[in-house]
Design a protein around this ligand. Structure first.
Ligand code: FAD
Length: 413
C-alpha cells in the first residue's frame, strides 16, 4: 500500500519506521528538519554559538524507566543506548522560600546541618504528598474522567509543587494547570513524584531518529507545505503548495491535533466533533548558561526539575540543569540549563539557543474524543497518531505509532 504520514515528530517517525518494512511510505514534515519537539543541538538543530562537540537537547530530554515500556522496546530494537540520569527537584517560591526534594537534599546539601534543615522543611510536604498518593492510588482511572486537576490539588505547597511538575511535563502555562484534565495528570503524578527512575539517550534524543533514518527505505519530504487533504473511495489525495497532487491508499495524521481540521478539506461531522476543541499551545524553550537565577536563594546545586515562581507576576517557569541530563563532561566547565517561561530572569547575553515548540493545549473538551479517535482509526482511509492520544509524553507518541502499525499490518515489536 502507498501510505502518507503527515508530521515527522516522535509518533510520525515511529509509525513510519514500522510501516516502512511492509509498505511504500512517504512522510511529509512542514519544518525543514524532522523530530517535532525533539531538538538536539548539533544534530537536527545547528547552533553556531555552541562548540560542535557538545550535544544538548532543547526539547524532549528524559524518559521514565519503568513506565515507558513501548519507548524502551523501540530503543532496544533500534539498539539505541540509554543511560540512567539522576533526577532531583527544588521549588523556589516568590516569597523567597525554597524546598529541596529527597534527591536534592542527598546530593545538594554540603553539611549535616543543611541536610537536617532541608529535611525538616520537606517532611510536611511529603506527608501531604503521601495523602494525595493514597487518594489517587485507590481511585479508578474512570473516576478521573471529565474532571480537572483542581478537584485533586489545591494551593498547599505540595499541591503547587505537583502542579508545577505538570507544567513542566506538558509545557502548559501554570495558570492553565487547574483546568488540566485529571485523566492525563493523575497517572503521571501517581508514578512520578520523587521516586521514579529516568533515562536519557546517550548522544541526544535525535540519535534514535538518526537510527530510524539509517534504515528507512521510503521517501521523506521536509519543508512540505500541504494545502489540502481529500479522501474518496479510491484513497487519499494530498495537495501541496507547489501545485503537486499525490495519491495514496491511506493517510496517517501525525501532526498536533489542532492541525487535522486545517488540513482536511472534506472532514465528516464526526471528524469535526472529534478535533474542533483542540488548540495549539505555542511555547519557547531556551538553553542558557545563566546561574544567577539561583543566587537570590543562595543555592549552588542545580537540579533537573527546578521550578520557579516569578516574584514580579506570580507566573511560574522551570529551569532544568542540562549538564547531568545531557551527560556533559564536567571538564567543559560551563553550566548549561534548559528553561521555560524564565525569559524575564535570564540574561539575554547568556542565551545559547531559543526554540519555538507547538504542542497540544490539553483541555477537558478536547480529550473527550480521544477514545473515539482511536476506535475509528481507519475510517475514510485515515489514521491518527500522536502523544496526545495516550499519556501526552514520549511513551504516548510511540504507543500510538505501534497501534496504527498493527492496524495497517506493519512491523510489530
Ligand atoms: C519542550 C518540550 C519538552 C518535552 N520533553 C519531554 C520529555 O523530556 N519526555 C517526554 O516523554 N515527553 C516530553 N515532551 C512531550 C512531547 O510532546 C512528546 O514526548 C513527543 O515528542 C510528542 O511527539 P508527537 O509526534 O506526538 O508530536 P510532535 O513532536 O509535536 O510532532 C508533530 C510533528 O508534526 C509536524 N506538523 C505539524 N503540522 C504539520 C503540517 N501541517 N504538515 C506537516 N507536518 C506538520 C510538526 O512540525 C512536528 O514535527 C516534551 C514536549 C515539549 C513541548
Amino acid at each position: 500500500m502507498r501510505i502518507a504520514i503527515v508530521g515527522g515528530g516522535a509518533a510520525g517517525m515511529t509509525v513510519a519506521h514500522l510501516l516502512d518494512k511492509v509498505h511504500d511510505v512517504s512522510l511529509f514534515e512542514k519544518e525543514p528538519v524532522l523530530g517535532g519537539n525533539i531538538r538536539t543541538l548539533n544534530k537536527n538543530i545547528s547552533c553556531d554559538s555552541l562548540d560542535p562537540r557538545i550535544i544538548l537537547d532543547n526539547g524532549v530530554v528524559e524518559f521514565q524507566r519503568d513506565y515507558f515500556p513501548n519507548f524502551h522496546k523501540l530503543m532496544h530494537d533500534l539498539q539505541v543506548p540509554l543511560e540512567q540520569t539522576p533526577i532531583s527537584s527544588e521549588l523556589f517560591l516568590a516569597d523567597g522560600h525554597y524546598y529541596k526534594s529527597v534527591g536534592a537534599i542527598r546530593y545538594g546539601c554540603k553539611t549535616k546541618r543543611e541536610q537536617i534543615i532541608a529535611s525538616l522543611k520537606l517532611t510536611p510536604i511529603m506527608l501531604s504528598y503521601f495523602c494525595f498518593l493514597a487518594r489517587i492510588t485507590f481511585a479508578s482511572q474512570d473516576s478521573f474522567c471529565h474532571r480537572p486537576v483542581s478537584d485533586y490539588l489545591g494551593n498547599s505547597i505540595s499541591s503547587r509543587w505537583l502542579k508545577m511538575l505538570l507544567m513542566y511535563a506538558y509545557s502548559m502555562p501554570y495558570n492553565t494547570i487547574d483546568d488540566f484534565p485529571a485523566e492525563i495528570a493523575m497517572p503521571l503524578l501517581g508514578h512520578s513524584g520523587m521516586f521514579t527512575k529516568w533515562d536519557r539517550i546517550a548522544g541526544g534524543v535525535y540519535t534514535y531518529i538518526e537510527k530510524i533514518l539509517s534504515q528507512f527505505a521510503g521517501s521523506i519530504h521536509c519543508d512540505a507545505q500541504i494545502t489540502g487533504v481529500t479522501r474518496d473511495l479510491a484513497g487519499v489525495q494530498i495537495k501541496l503548495a507547489n501545485g503537486d497532487h499525490q495519491h495514496f491508499d491511506k493517510i496517517v495524521f501525525a501532526t498536533t491535533p489542532d492541525q487535522v481540521l486545517t488540513l482536511l478539506k472534506d472532514p465528516s461531522d464526526n471528524e469535526i466533533k472529534r478535533f474542533q476543541a483542540w488548540k495549539a499551545n505555542v511555547i519557547n524553550t531556551v538553553i542558557h548558561t545563566d546561574s544567577s537565577i539561583y543566587k537570590h536563594f543562595g543555592v549552588t546545586y542545580f537540579c533537573e526539575f527546578d521550578l520557579f515562581q516569578n516574584k514580579e507576576n506570580g507566573s511560574c517557569g522551570y529551569n532544568a540543569y542540562l549538564d547531568r541530563l545531557c551527560g556533559i563532561d564536567p571538564q567543559v566547565g560551563t553550566h548549561f540549563s534548559l528553561a521555560y517561561n524564565m525569559e524575564q530572569q535570564i540574561d539575554p547575553e547568556k542565551v545559547i539557543d531559543l526554540q519555538h515548540h507547538t504542542s497540544p493545549s490539553y483541555n477537558l473538551d478536547a480529550i473527550n474524543y480521544r477514545q473515539e479517535v482511536l476506535e475509528t482509526n481507519g475510517e475514510n482511509n485515515t489514521y491518527h497518531v500522536g502523544a496526545y492520544l495516550f499519556d501526552g509524553l514520549h511513551e504516548g507518541a510511540v504507543t500510538s505509532g505501534f497501534v496504527v502499525s498493527d492496524l495497517l499490518g506493519g512491523l510489530r515489536l
